[in-house]
Design a protein around this ligand. Structure first.
Ligand code: B12
Length: 284
């Protein structure tokens, strides 16, 4: 039901908290199902749809398809504590969609909806944690798969979160965007002190250091972002580019660093920067 309602344009966050009887009543008033919802994966495969994973094959023929449908299924499953169904949905969509679609159109929106639903009390903290574990597993598996095809390549871009910041999904999603463009990411994870970030960049020879940021309440981190960036920058090799991702509270104007910082607030902005990097690499 939730799937049909989302496909018909309802937002998950407005309908997920309603009782099943109310959802059934809403469904009764819907027009006949739209094409996108009923379209089968086999139809997409035969059309060579660009959103499909390069590895998709005949095995996919029995599976359902749209990103909205997958999103609704996952939220519905977490609502009912159906963990097996969530991992099934995530594994299936990882096979079915291109890694960029999986990152930007499935996992990103799942996390946003999860935040809204936790805020509204529809999902409890345990459900948030359970879903986080599942999402982490799915992102790890997607990255591992992409990295297998890049094992002989040097790492080009290192990603980390500041010490005290435990949010890692922006980093993992960013890494998937990199890898899907043939730029090998070095994922250092969240909660990393600046000297250790710089050391990893020096030792691995990555060209770009990307710090993911989160808008956290005061006191969650031992340093401000300005202090972190100053310490990181002064320890990085002079030729390393410094990029900043996410919506953390960073007062760029108050920084006095020797090199420019490239600020990429959203994952879409990162993807755009990576597409330029990809073209430059191909032109070499
Ligand atoms: C999952 C989650 C957690 C998990 C993290 C698990 C994990 N392994 O990562 C756990 C449970 C650990 C957690 C803890 C906390 N969290 Co939290 N968390 C979230 C949640 C639900 C999703 C965050 C996420 O990963 N989103 C996915 C990213 C990709 O999307 P996004 O955050 O919208 O980011 C956008 C941009 O900023 C950008 N972006 C983000 N990161 C990056 C990185 C790069 C490289 C790039 C290019 C772009 C980018 O991409 C997105 C859009 O394109 C959000 C709610 C929400 N709606 O976002 C809260 C949220 C971020 N958390 C919040 C809070 C308050 C906390 C805690 C303090 C709560 C607590 N008391 O436990 C702690 C702090 C712990 C710490 N010191 O870090 C607040 C922060 C708001 C604020 N200023 O107060 C939020 C917004 C929830 C809320 N509405 O209150 N959290």
């Amino acid at each position: 039901m939730l799937v049909r309602l989302v496909d018909a344009g309802h937002s998950i966050s407005t309908i997920a908290s309603r009782p099943d009887a109310e959802l059934a009543a809403l469904c009764e008033n819907l027009p006949p199902e739209r094409g996108s919802f009923a379209r089968s994966a086999q139809e997409r495969l035969s059309r060579g749809d660009s959103t499909q994973s390069p590895g998709s094959n005949q095995r996919m023929s029995a599976l359902s398809d749209s990103t909205g449908e997958t999103l609704a299924e996952v939220i519905n499953s977490i609502r009912h504590f159906n963990l097996d169904r969530i991992s099934e949905c995530l594994a299936r969509s990882q096979e079915l969609f291109h890694p960029r679609t999986f990152a930007l159109e499935i996992i990103g929106p799942i996390l946003s909806e999860m935040g809204v639903l936790v805020d509204r009390g529809v999902l409890g903290i345990s459900q948030e944690h359970l879903l986080s574990v599942q999402v982490r597993g799915a992102l790890g598996a997607a990255l591992e798969k992409l990295d297998r095809g890049m094992r002989n390549q040097p790492h080009a871009l290192a990603l980390a979160g500041a010490e005290g910041d435990m949010h890692e999904f922006g980093l993992l999603l960013g890494a998937i965007l990199c890898a899907s463009r043939g730029i090998r990411p070095l994922v250092l994870g969240p909660n990393l002190p600046p000297q250790d970030f710089a050391e990893a960049v020096r030792k691995s020879g990555t060209r770009i250091a990307l710090l993911g940021t989160t808008p956290l309440p005061p006191g969650e981190m031992p340093r401000t972002y300005e202090e972190y960036l100053t310490e990181l920058e002064s320890n990085l090799p002079s030729e390393t580019e410094l990029w900043l991702g996410g919506r953390g509270d960073v007062k760029l104007g108050s920084l006095n660093l020797k090199r420019d910082i490239r600020a990429l607030v959203t994952l879409e902005m990162l993807d755009h920067a990576l597409s330029k990097l990809e073209s430059q690499e191909k032109a070499k």
